[in-house]
Ligand binder design. Structure first.
Ligand SMILES: Cc1cc2nc3c(=O)[nH]c(=O)nc-3n(C[C@H](O)[C@H](O)[C@H](O)COP(=O)(O)O)c2cc1C
Ligand code: SF4
Length: 685
């Protein structure tokens, strides 16, 4: 253990206007898919962050009025007084742990299509809504602006009544009216709210003044501002208008929360932005222009980087969304000298994907995220063992590692058997691909933990047969034997094997992840999976110098990655690497010289010459061992199939399955049989 006083600066209290944060750890606003429809789950998740040591804990976007209705997404709401009690749950829970509660008031302008309320959409100028939805926003006239300011003031009043300590004015992500007014691309007005920067920023000035006036006696007013759009001269830049805005309002807010825009730049993935602290070059000027405390973000997970940012006068607060999701107890682990135990965010944006799907948040690294209330899971606590002693986990991939780690934490004797030379399974394999190196943190965290425990034995190159398992005589067996990619073309679009003539070299993602590269080019990647791995492989092979042809039945490369904010970057990268892309095409047949493709709309056929084919279609579960054990003569106390072997999915799903199996082991069978969680049922009153 290191000298914990090294990081004592991070645990100093910091004043924000009329309130004081107990330390420098600041959970910035982030959505969680629970929002106003799951208030108890929301409050419990935020309270967990406070328990873990985050001195300020914020909500997600909180709609101030029915004309900012983000349905079907579940954000927070303060439309009227009836929304106060749901948010009071959060502020009480956060205060009970000694932290401050912050609320991000928002009017989304044309970013909200008002699908529930059907209210007219508002914007500085006439324009389409921000989705492919048949509606346009109308330019707000002066009375609309006056009304909007009244709504914002009233919402601030309600936020204060709900118990919030910090109340936000928000101009970021291209997602709020103040931001839209500020940016010339949204604002072509010729009145006092358009034209010069002074005019475009007028609304922000008014909101800051009015929020102060309304609640500033007891609440701090924070300003979240994106200093740079990262579009070069086509957008706001940190060293030009971004700086001018900070100069203009320097002392007006009680706190500056600064970042970059749009959301894909702000929440950049490690695949496209490998450097933690990547926003620092854009925001480091801010503190020089204000005496007010500054918070910044950018996957800040390293305690040394945090300390250096404070000591160098770049920030007063360490802002975090994803690091606080991956490890709600990050501050406490630093404080108590347990840095090695931090579950570092891997920058995969699975958390973002759940928000974009409108479902409760999930995280690859932290399987308890979003489960605090409905399943009662705590990221750092798990029930001690029951009456059983010994457990065997077969397979050291993400499900097996998580299961073994949690069983060991509970106090069981754990034997972990891995067929390969190294632990890690698919995580290790995928992390060897271009851009995915940080994903290895998933296994590093778990292997480190297992290595510290005396009640764990780990065996590599142990490809156990059913006889081996029976011979071991361990009564509780968890089979996490994974899955492998198919070679026959069966997938979403072809439910029967594709006609393949001998002679063509066919590879699967597993072959490439194991280090095998195609012998003959060009290499055609057939991506009928349409999630992420096809695009990663195309980039990986192109970077390795192969000529790549990318074929997919989808209408874009890796469509699922729109949810992780990466799709545009992926397609751009493939184009820049010279990958030839064919969308809307499914594989009809493979000859020894190339592939026959069929248009998914017209069935029109075309031939493409290639030297090898990589099939990215579906995975086959490795369930033979489990099936044999299940019907065999030996009776186990527990025999459970988990992870990809039970249901291939994301790494996050495998980790979750491993966690669930370890939690449920020796639990009340009725509860486990139901596999159920608490639900927030709509009141019929
Ligand atoms: C799942 C998720 C939801 C987010 N929702 C919001 C939001 O509601 N309002 C907001 O201002 N920023 C939101 N953000 C952006 C974060 O506040 C933060 O600025 C960004 O993720 C970069 O910080 P990080 O690297 O610590 O995650 C969200 C980020 C994530 C990961
Ligand atoms: S889902 Fe991925 S990006 Fe999001 S917090 Fe977890 S590890 Fe980080």
């Amino acid at each position: 253990m290191y000298n914990t006083s090294k990081y004592s600066t991070l645990f100093e209290p910091v004043k924000i206007g009329p309130v004081t944060a107990p330390n420098r750890f600041y959970q910035v606003p982030h959505c969680c898919g629970m929002g106003h429809i799951r208030p108890q789950a929301h409050a419990a998740m935020r309270a967990m962050k406070a328990e873990g040591g985050w001195g300020v804990v914020s909500t997600e976007e909180t709609e101030i009025h029915p004309s900012s209705d983000l349905s079907p997404y579940a954000e927070q709401r303060l439309w009227d007084a009836r929304d106060i009690p749901a948010l009071r749950l959060m502020t009480d829970a956060v205060h009970a742990k000694g932290s401050l509660a912050a609320v991000e008031l928002v009017h989304n302008g044309n970013h909200a299509a008002n699908m529930l309320t059907r209210a007219p959409v508002l914007a500085p100028s006439d324009m389409s809504v921000d989705y492919a939805y048949p509606k346009q926003a109308r330019a707000m006239d002066i009375s609309d602006i006056r009304e909007f300011r009244r709504w914002h003031r009233a919402a601030a009043r309600r936020a204060k009544q709900a118990g919030f300590d910090v109340i936000y004015v928000y101009a970021g992500h291209h997602m709020s009216l103040p931001h839209h007014f500020l940016l010339p691309q949204f604002n072509d007005r010729s009145d006092e709210y358009g034209g010069s920067l002074e005019n475009r920023a007028r609304l922000i000035r008014e909101l800051l003044e009015e929020t102060h006036d309304e609640v500033g006696d007891t609440c701090a007013v924070a300003f979240r501002f994106a200093v740079d759009e990262m579009k070069g001269i086509d957008g706001m830049q940190a060293h030009e208008e971004g700086r001018a805005v900070v100069e203009m309002f320097a002392e007006m807010p009680d706190l500056w929360d600064v970042n970059v825009s749009d959301w894909s730049n702000d929440s950049a993935t490690t695949r496209f932005q490998p450097n933690d602290g990547y926003q620092t070059p854009y925001v480091e000027f801010v503190k020089k222009l204000t005496t007010k405390p500054v918070v910044a973000v950018g996957r800040l997970t390293s305690p040394d980087m945090m300390l250096s940012m404070v000591k160098r006068g770049i920030v007063d607060f360490i802002g975090a969304a994803r690091p606080s999701i991956a490890d709600p107890f990050l501050p406490q682990k630093i404080r108590t000298g347990r840095i090695d135990e931090i579950r570092e965010c891997i920058g995969c944006n699975i958390c973002v994907s759940s928000d974009n799907l409108g479902i409760p948040i999930r995280c690859t690294q932290n399987p308890t995220m979003g489960e605090e209330w409905r399943r009662g899971w705590h990221p750092e606590k798990i029930a001690t063992k029951g009456t059983q002693e010994e457990t065997l986990v077969v397979g050291g991939g993400p499900a097996g590692l998580e299961c073994a780690m949690q069983l060991a934490k509970r106090g069981y004797q754990v034997t972990l058997a891995e067929a390969g030379k190294e632990l890690g399974g698919r995580v290790l394999a995928e992390s060897r691909l271009h851009g995915l190196g940080a994903w290895k943190r998933v296994t590093d965290h778990r292997i480190y933990d297992l290595q510290q425990r005396a009640n764990v034995q780990m065996f590599m190159e142990s490809d156990l047969t059913a006889e081996d398992v029976i011979e071991l005589g361990i009564p509780n067996v968890f089979v996490a034997s994974g899955a492998s990619w198919r070679r026959d073309g069966v997938g979403r679009s072809n439910r029967r094997p594709v006609d393949i003539t001998k002679g063509m070299s066919i590879l699967t993602p597993d072959n490439i992840m194991a280090g095998k590269l195609p012998d003959n080019g060009p290499v055609l990647i057939y991506d009928d999976d349409q999630i992420y791995i096809g695009g990663v492989l195309a980039e990986h092979l192109a970077v390795a110098g192969h000529q790549v042809i990318f074929v997919t039945p989808a209408n874009m490369v890796s469509p699922w990655t729109e949810l992780t904010l990466e799709q545009v970057r992926i397609q751009k990268s493939l184009i820049e690497h010279g990958v030839i892309i064919h969308t809307g095409q499914k594989l009809a047949a493979i000859s020894d010289t190339g592939c026959r493709l069929a248009c998914v709309y017209s069935e029109q056929l075309r031939e493409i010459k290639c030297g090898s084919v990589v099939m990215v279609t579906e995975r086959t579960r490795h369930n033979d061992l489990y099936d044999t054990l299940k019907v065999g003569p030996s009776s186990f106390e527990t025999l459970e199939l988990i992870g990809d072997a039970a249901s291939p999915g994301l790494i996050a799903d495998a980790v979750y399955a491993g966690h669930m199996a370890a939690r449920n082991f020796e639990e009340d069978p009725d509860k486990v049989a139901q596999q159920f969680f608490r639900r927030e049922i709509v009141s019929l009153q």
